[in-house]
Every structure is written in structure tokens, then in C-alpha cells.
Design a protein around this ligand. Structure first.
Ligand SMILES: *[C@@H]1O[C@H](CO)[C@@H](O)[C@H](O)[C@H]1NC(C)=O
Ligand SMILES: *[C@@H]1O[C@H](CO)[C@@H](O)[C@H](O)[C@H]1NC(C)=O
Ligand SMILES: *[C@@H]1O[C@H](CO)[C@@H](O)[C@H](O)[C@H]1NC(C)=O
Ligand SMILES: *[C@@H]1O[C@H](CO)[C@@H](O)[C@H](O)[C@H]1NC(C)=O
Ligand SMILES: *[C@@H]1O[C@H](CO)[C@@H](O)[C@H](O)[C@H]1NC(C)=O
Ligand SMILES: *[C@@H]1O[C@H](CO)[C@@H](O)[C@H](O)[C@H]1NC(C)=O
Length: 505
């Protein structure tokens, strides 16, 4: 365009628009609960009261088919913050203490990428990933320098930290990750506060006081027992305690959103709510069954009000969180490699299009290797529409049990009942739970509880082959070192391929 003309030249117009976009300050608040599931009113559980999640849902699109990529805390958080499955980012199991897992030093994480683009980053609550150089935050109050009970469960403290973060951002766009420790179990680490820490801060003698929390109590008769949990008095009491802890999570979410509103930021902040993995009950956390993988998910964008209050059937993965947030900030993913010269590509997608109109997304992938260091039980899975295929690579081993879940009243009761030959009121036996087939294929429309393995049913041969092919293709795309297991060896030099072992599998 000629200089001196009255019209705008497109270059300056674009620049102005970009400046305007950066001045409006598009922020992100990511709320991740710890081991939360569908125990909320927004998912039609009528036994529990969660008014704050309800209020958020009115400003959100609610996902009915959201899934974690791995049913374990640190691996899931690393996948959320890197967009890469555990076998690609290196966080194979739990990060802390003797477990000591870390992501690879080369990984470009979400906080790192955002920080490079001038976005102020903060984390409040449970971090549980490392190393620090891969997951850096400008503002950090986590178990690494505070008590996890304080930064993860004391909602008054969390509220004050959110306020401090918002004050310290100095008008920069921000990414704030509030990682609640509720409603995680606690019988393993802090039993004095109850099995779900449901007494922490309730004002009773020795429990301390959380002034912003009005605990809600439930009787064993009131709770809804999900169909994958034994319906026993022990499990019902366990769930009632979990509900009380969820009341602290729910009120904490209300306080955090109130801080956002009070700071005048609710109309330019994307809010995402989800959880890291399945609930800590039999068939839940540490499993890739639907009961261990399905997650609550609310996405609230002030710029996309057209679908507020609606329910989406589109499949979403926690691997989509990184691409979604990068898309929100218009930041592109770098070209780099972790293993050799293989370029890393995100296999997740931005969820922003579904906030405008329903999308046909119907596939998610998952990958699990460990929970605790001793719990090596590699699994890979694909869910597509009604079908769910799980590959249990080391299927000849018993499925491992974690310490926290082992001592839970529900599991102790299940063990006792099994040992003494009493009815377990469970939909499978312990033997079935421990010993799994190599391939498990379920038709969720006909069998939502995933009880019937269809893998050897000739009617499903074609769908089995199709899913297997897609799962393997995803494993190659994500540079999965386990891609040839358990019946082959991956020879990577020259032309990477699987060589047969003739090990009778
Ligand atoms: C809850 O139930 C209502 C009424 O049956 C239904 O329209 C809605 O989709 C359900 N929500 C979820 C999350 O399942
Ligand atoms: C935790 O680290 C942050 C820096 O991110 C620092 O500002 C804060 O004072 C530390 N908190 C504690 C309790 O050490
Ligand atoms: C929660 O945090 C507030 C503010 O820091 C503090 O006054 C209160 O004692 C804490 N409650 C518990 C149970 O630790
Ligand atoms: C956000 O928008 C709503 C309505 O669109 C308005 O009532 C509210 O005051 C706005 N909040 C701020 C902080 O601007
Ligand atoms: C990414 O980097 C590789 C190796 O450095 C290069 O061959 C490739 O062309 C780059 N791709 C893009 C899209 O920049
Ligand atoms: C299970 O049995 C043990 C030993 O008999 C007993 O101490 C424990 O209370 C029982 N637990 C449950 C949940 O029934």
C-alpha cells in the first residue's frame, strides 16, 4: 500500500490487532483436582452438593468423554504440562522420594514455553513433577517448599496465595495452575485427619481450622456407589469421607474463582477444571479401564459463550491441555527432539474449536508404565467411539497394588471378604483383577462396566485389528520405546523396526 494514503495498510492493522490482543490479556487458570471423579452435581450425582462446580459449569462447556492419558499422579501431571505421553516425556511413575521419576531434560513444557513468550506463570498446590528446569514456574508454592496440606488442602491459604499471585503479576498475561491436593486419600500419609483428610481444618480438637470451609457431611446411606466399587458398608463409609473432602475442593474452587472475579479478570481468563486420574478405588486409579481413565472436565472461555452450560460428547484427552493453552496464547510448538533426531510432535489437539461448535472427535490414547517404582505394569490403550482396546504388555504378572490404596478401608474389606469366602459385592473377583488378558476389548455401549472381553469373538475381529493398528501407529508417532513389546525387540539404528523374539506370545 502506498505511504501517505488515508487507508490503513494491512501490516500496521495486523500489528495493532496483535497489540490489542496482547493488551486485553488473555490468561489461563488451570484447576486440577487430585484423584477426583464424577462425584459432583454437574455430572448428575444427586447425592452430593457441589454448588461452586455447578456455577462454573454454567459458564463452561462440560465434557462427557474426557480421559487422562495415564492413571497415575506424576505421569498424568507431566503429560498435562508437556502434552506428551509418559513414555515420551520420561515421567514413568511417581516423582517423589524413592520413586524418583523425572521427565527428560530435553522436554519443552508448557510453563517453559509460556514463560519464553512473556507470560507470568504460577503454581499453587501439588507439583509432583520434575526436574525443576523442565517445569519452571515464576511463582511457586508447592510441596517442594511448603506443606502440601497447606498449599493443597487449606483453601483459605490457597485463596490468599491466589490473591498474592494476581497482585504480583503486574498486568502481564498469566498462566496459573492451582493443583488441589483434595480429594486425595490420606490414610497412608496423615491418618490422624481421617481416610481422606476429611477432618483437616474442620475446627475439632487437634484438627485445626480453615475459616473459609463449611464441611458438608454425608451418611453411608446417602452416597452413590459407582458400579465398579463393591457396595459394602466399608466402601460406603469410605465414599462418605471422600464426599466431605470434595466439599473442601468445591468451596476452594469457589474461592479461587472469586479472587479472579475480584481482580476484574473473569472476562479474559480461560478456566479449565479436570483431575489427574481415576478415583482411588478398585478398578479406578492405576487402571486404564474407563473407571480409571474417565475424568471430569469443564472448559470456561469468556470469548466463547455460545456453548456455556452445554454438554459435549466430543472425546478430549488431558494431552489436549497443552495444545489448547498454546492455541489460546497463539504460541506455536517448537521443532526439537528428545530421542536422537526424531522430531517431537504433539498428538493432542486444541479444544478451542469445540467451544464454538460440536466436533466429531472420538479417539483418545493412553499409556502407563508405573505408579510406584515397584509397580511396573505397562499398558497402552485406545478408545474410539464405543470401543476400548487395552494392551497389557506384561499380562503374565499380577496387576500391582499401591500402598495408599492397599490400606484403604474399601480394599482391606475386599481382601478380608475374599480371604474368608464372604460375598464381595464386587463385579469381578480379585483373581480376575490381578490376572488380565494380554488384549482386552470392550464395547462400552453394550457393556459400560467393561466386563466382557470381546477380543476372541470373531464378530469383533475386524474392529480389534483396526484399533490395534491405530494404537501401534500412535506408539510409533510418540516414539514409544515399548512399541515392540512383549514379543519383539525394537532395533532402532538404521530403519527402526520390530524383530521377533519367538517367545511364544
Ligand atoms: C444430566 O442429566 C440430564 C437430564 O437427563 C442430561 O441432559 C445431561 O446430559 C446429563 N449430564 C451429564 C453430564 O451426564
Ligand atoms: C516458595 O518459593 C517461592 C518462589 O517461587 C517463594 O517466593 C516463597 O517464599 C517460597 N515459600 C516458602 C514457604 O519457602
Ligand atoms: C489455613 O491457613 C490459614 C491462613 O494461612 C491459617 O490461618 C489457618 O490456621 C490454616 N488452617 C490449618 C488447618 O492449617
Ligand atoms: C464480565 O462480564 C459480565 C457480563 O458479560 C459483566 O456483568 C461483568 O461485570 C464483567 N466483569 C468484569 C470484571 O468486567
Ligand atoms: C525441524 O528441524 C529439523 C532438523 O533440525 C529440520 O530438518 C526440519 O526441516 C525442521 N522442521 C521445521 C518445520 O522447521
Ligand atoms: C480386615 O481384617 C483384619 C484382620 O482380621 C482386621 O483387623 C480389619 O479390621 C479388617 N478390615 C476391614 C475393613 O474389615
Amino acid at each position: 500500500m502506498g505511504a501517505g494514503g488515508r487507508g490503513w495498510d494491512w501490516g500496521s492493522l495486523l500489528l495493532l490487532l496483535l497489540l490489542a490482543a496482547s493488551c486485553t490479556g488473555r490468561n489461563v487458570l488451570l484447576l486440577i483436582a487430585d484423584d477426583a471423579g464424577f462425584e459432583s452435581q454437574v455430572y448428575n450425582n444427586t447425592a452430593i452438593k457441589t454448588p461452586n462446580l455447578d456455577a462454573l459449569a454454567q459458564r463452561s462447556l462440560l465434557f462427557q468423554n474426557a480421559f487422562t492419558s495415564v492413571s497415575s499422579c506424576s505421569p498424568s501431571r507431566a503429560a498435562i504440562l508437556s502434552g506428551l505421553p509418559q513414555h515420551q516425556n520420561g515421567m514413568y511413575g511417581l516423582h517423589q522420594d524413592v520413586h524418583h521419576f523425572d521427565s527428560f531434560d530435553q522436554v519443552w513444557s508448557l510453563p517453559h514455553l509460556l514463560s519464553q513468550s512473556g507470560i507470568y506463570t504460577g503454581i499453587i498446590g501439588k507439583k509432583h513433577v520434575g526436574p525443576e528446569a523442565v517445569y519452571p514456574f515464576d511463582f511457586a508454592y508447592t510441596e517442594e517448599n511448603s506443606s502440601v496440606l497447606q498449599v493443597g488442602r487449606n483453601i483459605t491459604r490457597i485463596k490468599l496465595l491466589v490473591r498474592k499471585f494476581l497482585q504480583s503479576r503486574q498486568d502481564r498475561p498469566f498462566f496459573l495452575y492451582v493443583a488441589f491436593h483434595d480429594p486425595h486419600r490420606c490414610g497412608h500419609s496423615q491418618p490422624q485427619y481421617g481416610v481422606f483428610c476429611e477432618k483437616f481444618g474442620n475446627g475439632e480438637s487437634g484438627m485445626g481450622y480453615i475459616s473459609d470451609w463449611k464441611p458438608l457431611y454425608y451418611s453411608s446411606e446417602q452416597v452413590k456407589v459407582p458400579d465398579f466399587i463393591p457396595d459394602t458398608p466399608a466402601a460406603r463409609a469410605d465414599i462418605a469421607a471422600q464426599y466431605t473432602t470434595i466439599s473442601r475442593l468445591d468451596q476452594g474452587i469457589g474461592l479461587v474463582l472469586e479472587e479472579l472475579r475480584g481482580a476484574g479478570l473473569e472476562n479474559d481468563t480461560l478456566v479449565i477444571y479436570s483431575s489427574d486420574n481415576g478415583i482411588p478405588f478398585p478398578n479406578g486409579r492405576t487402571n486404564l479401564y474407563r473407571s480409571g481413565m474417565a475424568e471430569p472436565m469443564l472448559v470456561s472461555s469468556p470469548w466463547h459463550q455460545q456453548r456455556w452450560g452445554q454438554v459435549s460428547q466430543a472425546f478430549a484427552s488431558l494431552l489436549d491441555i497443552t495444545p489448547t493453552i498454546l492455541d489460546w496464547f497463539s504460541i506455536s510448538y517448537p521443532n526439537y527432539s528428545i530421542f536422537g533426531n526424531k522430531i517431537v510432535k504433539l498428538t493432542g489437539k486444541s479444544l478451542l474449536p469445540v467451544l464454538v461448535s460440536e466436533q466429531p472427535w472420538a479417539t483418545v490414547f493412553s499409556s502407563q508404565n508405573h505408579h510406584e517404582v515397584t509397580m511396573y505394569y505397562p499398558m497402552r490403550s485406545i478408545q474410539q467411539q464405543d470401543f476400548h482396546l487395552i494392551h497389557n504388555l506384561n499380562f503374565k504378572m499380577p496387576f500391582p497394588i499401591d500402598q495408599d490404596f492397599y490400606i484403604s478401608p474399601t480394599f482391606q474389606d475386599l481382601l478380608n471378604r475374599t480371604k474368608s469366602g464372604q460375598p464381595t459385592h464386587w463385579f469381578k473377583t480379585l483373581h480376575q483383577y490381578y490376572y488380565r488378558d494380554r488384549w482386552e476389548l470392550f464395547d462400552q455401549r453394550k457393556d459400560p462396566a467393561e466386563t466382557q472381553n470381546l477380543v476372541s469373538d470373531p464378530k469383533y475381529r475386524e474392529i480389534f485389528q483396526q484399533l490395534k493398528t491405530q494404537l501401534l501407529a500412535w506408539q510409533w508417532d510418540t516414539h514409544d520405546p515399548w512399541v515392540c513389546a512383549p514379543d519383539g525387540v525394537l532395533e532402532e539404528k538404521l530403519n527402526p523396526q520390530c524383530w521377533p523374539l519367538y517367545n511364544e506370545l
